[in-house]
Design a protein around this ligand. Structure first.
Ligand code: WTA
Length: 654
């Protein structure tokens, strides 16, 4: 399946699935008419709509105004004070739900834990006091680099409780990635673990933090959770800098009243890739983000008190922030966390988790579904998946074949599928079915959520007729929207609000069909989605160029059967350096150390020169074509000479 094939199959896709009647009967929202009515009201009178939703949550002080919209700057719930950790924990304990399971954890080695709202609350309070004792004050950025274990949730919620914005870094990123993020955030404290389990091996997180801290003296304190134990990870503790989590927790008080934070106080930074070499710190605030994730989780996953909800994303990504933690816990629903790989010890691990823990709602990425598909249905058929009521996907377009497989093999035809479109920048889901109401079409994220005014526009801002492609844009502010790029207000305006006058530019291409359904086609900028993970071409290029032997590099995304997209790199070497397989491996390894294994190029080709236009712009379209159609066969070390093609193509593009 190439992307061209999958776009064709999406265009031909005519299947349509009504919400299963047994599902609709009990759903929060039961019909398309109800959806239409609510959606209309939510975009026509957003302040009234969001105020009603917000009043279901706890506020230390009410708002004076729901929205201040000073394009492109929005403030939601102006003047209000709240605490999102209070809303995720204390609020439920006060409702008598203290003994209910908040986190259901399964480690990769098979260890399990059940943590009640009361226990989670206690740990969060203790850790909040630990942070304070280490000098962390409101507004201080705390870096978190941990495996997917309950203590990660504890660390995140403790930061939120005291108003110290967290910056979670995915555990697959490298030491250099930590340095870049710590430096941009000016963060002095890192919370990590001795290691985490991945495919039976230890990911040496503390060691990576050590490497970063050696080169980055901003890092003054490192709190280390013992996850894998000394037998599996040798950890050197640097006196005066490194502290054990359990030792600090043992001495900490469990009393920590939730502070009242301004609705517009920074809740977190999350670094994500864009069109430059350095990732940008997407800035989210408290009140609007809380209301948006709360409501989307409730309606799109149709959350009910007895749900066992599982989102397989890592908390290092926005999906983990919003739909492993905040949105789900704000609803008082049990969230399952699984530490490890989907294929450890075998390809049935996910289905075994669903069967053993009686998971009712499951949310994952298309890349995972395609990998399961390739391994065959027998892995799923071995397990009782009858507790499942709903399935979700996120992170990249899902091809109809994978959608159907998910629907038939995992959902056994009984479960509605919610294909959810959104971004790190949007904070919460923006386009998705309401499962008891929306008729779904395989490959479409369907209709906008409440309060979301989505449109397909051309460059001039004109709305496109049905079925002609354009840019996906959002025309009105929404509560969970990013409030900025950390320390770069100008880039915020340029990147999101200047491409098309007066609207939020998503960077995605899209078409809307005659029923008003959105079909997202992929990125139009320099962002690549490798297995759903967001990477910037420039980021990978600068990592490659930082290798001593490299003179210049260009990176493009190419279609990949399982990963959706993969990285193809074209590299020119410094004069006098001979290409070789060993050098190619060395450059790949270098990229992995600079960024993380997920950025390792799938193809790496040496070239004499990069095809460029007369003005010096790399002709990526050409490279993409070469990487997609020209198979990398035989001797991968051959030098390609693009000068001829470049000279020819200059005529069209120069
Ligand atoms: C893509 C992930 C098609 C899209 C939550 C977007 C999707 C980018 C979908 C954001 C979907 C996300 N269908 N494409 N359901 N969901 N995308 O910031 O290109 O990691 O712009 O946020 O992922 O990626 P991010």
């Amino acid at each position: 399946m190439s992307s061209a094939d999958s776009i064709d199959s999406v265009l031909k896709e005519t299947r349509r699935f009504a919400p299963p009647p047994h599902f609709s009967t009990d759903a929060h929202l039961r019909s398309m008419e109800e959806y239409e009515r609510m959606h209309r009201r939510s975009v026509e009178r957003p302040e009234e709509f969001w105020a009603e939703v917000a009043s279901e949550l706890h506020w230390h002080q009410p708002w004076e105004r729901v929205l201040d919209w000073n394009p492109p700057h929005a403030k939601w719930f102006v003047g209000a004070k709240t605490n999102i950790a209070y809303n995720c924990l204390d609020r439920h304990i006060e409702r008598g739900l203290g003994e209910k399971t908040a986190i259901l954890f399964e480690g990769e080695p098979g260890d399990t834990r059940r943590i009640s709202f009361r226990e989670l609350h206690e740990q969060v309070c203790r850790f909040a006091n630990v942070l304070r004792a280490q000098g962390v004050k409101k507004g201080d950025r705390v870096t978190i680099y941990m495996p997917l274990v309950p203590e990660l949730a504890v660390a995140v919620l403790a930061c939120a409780r005291i108003g110290a914005p967290h910056s979670v870094i995915f555990g697959g990123f490298s030491g250099q990635a930590i340095i870049d993020r710590v430096t941009d955030a000016e963060s002095h404290i890192v919370i990590t673990a001795d290691g985490g389990w991945r495919r039976g091996k230890v990911v040496p997180l503390k060691q990576t933090v050590d490497e970063a801290a050696e080169k980055c003296d901003l890092i003054r304190k490192v709190i280390v959770l013992e996850r894998v134990g000394a037998k599996h990870a040798a950890v050197t503790m640097k006196p005066g800098r490194d502290l054990w989590w359990h030792e600090l927790m043992a001495g900490a008080s469990a009393v920590c009243p939730a502070e009242a934070h301004d609705a517009e106080d920074m809740l977190f930074l999350l670094y994500t890739s864009g069109s430059t070499g350095k990732p940008k710190g997407i800035l989210h605030t408290t009140g609007g983000y809380m209301v948006h994730t709360y409501l989307t989780a409730r309606y799109i996953f149709d959350l009910k008190p007895d749900d066992v909800y599982w989102c397989s994303a890592d908390v290092g990504w926005i999906t983990g922030h919003s739909y492993v933690l905040y949105g789900v816990l704000a609803n008082g629903v049990t969230t399952l966390m699984y530490e490890g790989a989907p294929n450890h010890p075998d390809w049935d691990r996910f289905w075994s988790i669903i069967a053993r823990h009686k998971v009712t709602k499951f949310y994952t990425a298309p890349t995972a579904i395609r990998a399961f598909m390739r391994e065959g249905r027998a892995h799923a058929d071995k397990h009782d998946l009858s507790t499942l009521k709903l399935l979700g996907t996120v992170g990249e377009p899902i091809n109809p074949e994978a959608w159907m497989w998910y629907h038939d093999v995992i959902g056994r035809g009984r479960c509605p599928i919610v294909d959810t479109w959104w971004q790190t920048e949007t904070g919460g889901i923006m386009i998705a079915p309401i499962p008891g109401a929306t008729h779904t079409k395989p490959g479409s994220a369907t209709r906008p959520f409440f309060g979301v005014d989505a449109a397909v526009l051309d460059r001039s801002g004109a709305e496109q007729p049905p079925n002609s492609g354009g840019f996906l844009c959002i025309r009105k502010p929404w509560p969970g929207m990013l409030r900025g790029i950390y320390r770069d207000p100008e880039r915020f305006v340029r990147q999101y609000w200047s491409e098309i006058e007066g609207v939020y530019f998503t960077g995605d291409s899209c078409r809307m069909d005659e029923d008003g359904y959105f079909w997202i086609m992929g990125r139009v900028d320099d962002v690549i989605k490798v297995a759903g993970h967001r990477l910037g071409t420039m980021e990978v290029e600068s990592a490659i160029v930082s290798h001593d032997a490299v003179a210049e590099a260009a990176v493009v995304g190419v279609p990949h059967e399982i990963k959706g997209q993969a990285i193809a790199a074209f590299v020119t070497l410094v004069t006098g350096t001979k290409p070789s397989d060993a050098l190619r491996d060395d450059i790949s390894r270098h990229v992995a150390t600079q960024l993380g294994a997920l950025a390792r190029p799938e193809q790496l080709r040496f070239t004499q020169a990069l095809p460029k236009t007369r003005s010096g712009k790399i002709m990526r379209r050409l490279l993409r074509e070469i990487a997609t159609s020209g198979q990398v066969t035989g001797d991968t070390t051959t030098l390609e000479d693009f000068s001829v093609v470049a000279r020819l193509a200059e005529k069209d593009e120069g």
